[in-house]
Design a binder for this molecule. Sequence first.
Ligand SMILES: Cc1cc2nc3c(=O)[nH]c(=O)nc-3n(C[C@H](O)[C@H](O)[C@H](O)COP(=O)(O)OP(=O)(O)OC[C@H]3O[C@@H](n4cnc5c(N)ncnc54)[C@H](O)[C@@H]3O)c2cc1C
Length: 419
Amino acid sequence: MNTIQTDVCVLGAGPGGVATALQLHELGIPCVMVDKAVFPRDKICGDAISGKVVYALNRIDKSIVPEFVERNDIKVDCWGVSFIFSKGREIKVPLKPDLSEKLIKEQTPSGFVAKRMDFDNFMIDVARKRDLIDIIENCNISKIVKTENGFELTSKDGKTHIKTKLLIGANGAHSKFMREFGNIHKDPEHYAGSVRGYYKNVTGFNQFNFIELHYLKEFLPGYLWVFPLPNGQANVGVGMRSDLISKNKVNLKDDMIRLLKEHPRFKERFKDAELVGKLQGFGLPLGSKKRKLSGDNFMLIGDAASLIDPLTGEGIGNAVISGRFAALHAQKCLEADNFSSEFMDAYDKMVYDKLWDELKVSYRLQKGLLKPWMVAFTTRVLANNKQFGEVLSAMFSDVDLRKKLQSPKFYFNLIFNRK
Ligand SMILES: Cc1cc2nc3c(=O)[nH]c(=O)nc-3n(C[C@H](O)[C@H](O)[C@H](O)COP(=O)(O)OP(=O)(O)OC[C@H]3O[C@@H](n4cnc5c(N)ncnc54)[C@H](O)[C@@H]3O)c2cc1C
């Protein structure tokens, strides 16, 4: 057995784990990062990488995004979002004003779509180049024991044993560690189920690669998405709150296949479409409820901390943001030699100070989508409202502008002072 002693261990090398490790490296702190997978590996996701991810990565290391921008082999540049409601009412939200062929040649896009197989592999390759990050792949941690001085982790094959003062739980939505030590359990009202498939030969995409969010009565307050990918493929899926899946007895896979075949909005576009591989399901722990994110000698980040936006289903950005905060707090723990639960409270505060306002707003809007009359009224009023378009655009590209959505004055102006 290989026994490793470290101050900081990051469990999981998804975008959250890698962001943590990269920020630790920037601070001059070595870490061991373990993952059960061997990269490249798939992660079931919509594959949309929003402006929030770009913003968060830039806070860690400004060289990462420009490197990714060059990778046209693995991503498409996304210049906008289309929200499509009942009766085909569409709100198109360009992520840059005055979008044109000329502009997209000159500017850096605000978002991308890349298969997680490729994006996560790109990220781990960035981490591989940092000498303070020790990456151990193919290491499925099956036993975690709390000790007086931290944690001891053992892999399922018994070959790896890690002793760490501080454990950063970045092992995603199905994290056992989050349940055992974080006491965070699946709450169907604050959790979503989903399926995702890759298709080829889908037609009818927007020329600027807008991602499409289709709000259909079958899945409200969730949606069916169609996101363009490189090489003519598309990521297609549906997500819906788990309590409503059970209550309405929804079969996400069957309903999605049926709608793609029969719904007037999709049947022409999908008539020659072929599924590449299988439709696969995965959970989304939503951040619509505050939780304790840390304890003695540990912090949880990303999906392990249940930080997915309850309206958009976006989680990569919050995984990177919380990962960065965990690294910043790890530095304080090491300096003070204090790993107590009380000391970790400052990490929880940092995360929720940054994210809670927008998570709260997203949750309110998510609940609003459960009222069909409100959706019909709002989409009719707002379909051509420029200011609303700008705010929706901000939700995907500019984190701080989400705060606008909290002001009643904003809604008043939106409806009564239409531009
Ligand atoms: C269907 C679907 C669509 C989504 N669409 C989007 C989208 O378009 N955009 C967006 O921003 N977000 C989206 N999300 C959310 C997004 O996928 C997650 O929020 C994001 O992956 C969280 O990153 P993470 O690093 O916290 O966890 P993960 O990406 O899940 O990484 C966790 C890592 O931990 C490893 N691990 C797990 N257990 C162990 C173990 N025992 N030992 C060792 N390693 C372990 C895993 O192998 C994995 O590499 C979607 C989610 C789903 C399910």
